[in-house]
Design a protein around this ligand. Sequence first.
Ligand code: ZN
Length: 93
Amino acid sequence: MKINKEIMSYCKFCRKHTSHNVKTYTKKAQRGLSLGTRRHNRAIKGYVGSIEPKIHPKKLGRKQKVMVACSQCKKITERVFGMRTKKKIEIAR
Ligand SMILES: [Zn+2]
C-alpha cells in the first residue's frame, strides 16, 4: 500500500482542511496511570505471574497506522488507512 508524502486532510485543532506530512507509525509508551493500566493491575493483583490470556481469533494482516502532522499547527495525530493488509505502508517520495 502506497501513500503520498503530503496529503490534504481535516485537522481537528485548526478545524479545517490543511496539508499534512505523513510519517511512519511510532508506538507510544504505555502511560503508568491510565485507566487500562490501572484495570490490568487490579486484575493481576494477588497472582504471582500473569493471568491467563484470552484466545483471540486469527486475523489476516493488520490495519496499518501512520502519523500525520499538520503543516500549520504542527500537531501530530494517528491515522488508520484502508483495510487489513499483510504488507507495510510505503510512503512515496
Ligand atoms: Zn492543524
